[in-house]
Design a protein around this ligand. Structure first.
Ligand SMILES: [Zn+2]
Length: 347
């Protein structure tokens, strides 16, 4: 609350300053230069990483000097960028070769064959077969392509390693009866999970089987401040309710509620990581989580447009400046979690 008030106050002051510093008769847009922007297909135009609200083909206004002008293409989900020194009105014509090399993010995907815990009816286990884990992995890879890479306009490419765990993994039971596969448990079994190795670890396990149930009020879980964890790595688990057919369940989710992987991953970068780089993301929802604020910005279930605009930096800011909120393709070209974890990259 305190922070929000300070922000409003600051903006009011800036507004006041601007007004009083402009001498009577001067035009506030004097130092704005018109650029006409064109691209191989329709796209959203960004200046220095911020969405302008304008589309290509179209005209934008910028100040003189060096800028990164870019376009996120609406159909092919590609990102084109140029560094331009603006000295006067000009045309900026993008071609497909203006596409930058994608930033590589590294994921470790882990399927659990056996997950055990102590329920109210005693100790029991759930299991996935090799084939079922393959299907879970396929669901993840599908989401990488359809959501993770697409919504960054392919400025990120995911390099995935898969390592399933055959030994039984013991779940941790919390006071409110949530069973979780903790980062310390998984990194204890797979010591290659070290700061600087992966950007995010994804763990897939079975929620219930016959009389053995680890059901609780979540589908996926994410740890929201990776750089503050011991492993300094994003961490996500998906507790999958496979029912009697994992094939049918995955197909159901793909059709009706496809966002679980990208939703959880966004918690790992959209709660603290990009905010700590100085980006303006949406406000926190009532439960304290930014990724859960979709309804505050008028998005509806299953929230896929929310994830797209959140990642594209195009969520309309209904309370002032900047006009748009979110991460944006330019920011995705910057340092990743694993690079920040070992300080091998600065931004
Ligand atoms: Zn969530």
């Amino acid at each position: 609350m305190k922070k929000r008030c300070m922000l409003i106050l600051l903006l009011a002051m800036l507004g006041a300053c601007k007004k009083s510093s402009a001498p009577a008769g001067s035009n506030g847009s004097d130092n704005q230069i018109q650029l006409s922007v064109s691209a191989p297909e329709a796209g959203y135009v960004y200046v220095d990483g911020a969405y302008t609200g304008k589309q290509a083909p179209g005209t934008i206004a910028v100040t003189a000097g060096k800028h990164i002008i870019s376009v996120a293409l609406q159909n092919s989900y590609q990102y084109l960028r140029k560094e331009v020194n603006v000295t006067g009105a000009a045309s900026v014509a993008f071609v497909m070769t203006d596409k930058p090399a994608p930033k590589v993010w590294k994921a470790l995907w882990i399927g659990l064959y056996e997950t055990k815990g102590i329920t109210t009816s005693g100790e029991c286990s759930t299991h996935f077969s090799k084939d079922e884990l393959d299907q879970g992995y396929g669901f993840f890879q599908w989401s990488l392509q359809q959501h993770f890479e697409k919504y960054t306009y392919n400025t990120i490419h995911w390099d995935v390693e898969r390592k399933d765990i055959e030994l039984p993994v013991t779940l941790t039971r919390s006071n409110d009866n949530w069973f979780t596969a903790e980062p310390s448990t998984i990194s204890g079994i797979l010591p290659q999970i070290q700061p600087g190795t992966y950007d995010c670890v994804f763990v897939f396990w079975r929620e219930s089987e016959a009389a053995c149930s680890f059901k609780s009020g979540y589908f996926g879980l994410a740890w929201t401040n990776p750089l503050k964890e011991n492993i300094k790595t994003g961490y996500v688990t998906v507790k999958f309710d496979a029912g009697t057919s994992i094939t049918n369940k995955i197909s159901y989710y793909k059709t009706n509620d496809p966002g679980v992987w990208v939703h959880e991953w966004l918690h790992t970068v959209g709660e603290n990581f990009y905010q700590d780089k100085g980006l303006q993301l949406p406000r926190k929802a009532g439960d304290g989580l930014v990724v859960h604020a979709a309804e505050m910005y008028n998005y509806t279930f299953p929230w896929m447009d929310w994830y797209r605009d959140f990642m594209g930096g195009r969520v309309v800011n209904n309370s002032g400046t900047p006009r748009f909120l979110g991460i944006g393709p330019e920011a995705f070209l910057g340092c990743s979690v694993r690079e920040k974890a070992i300080n091998s990259c600065r931004d």
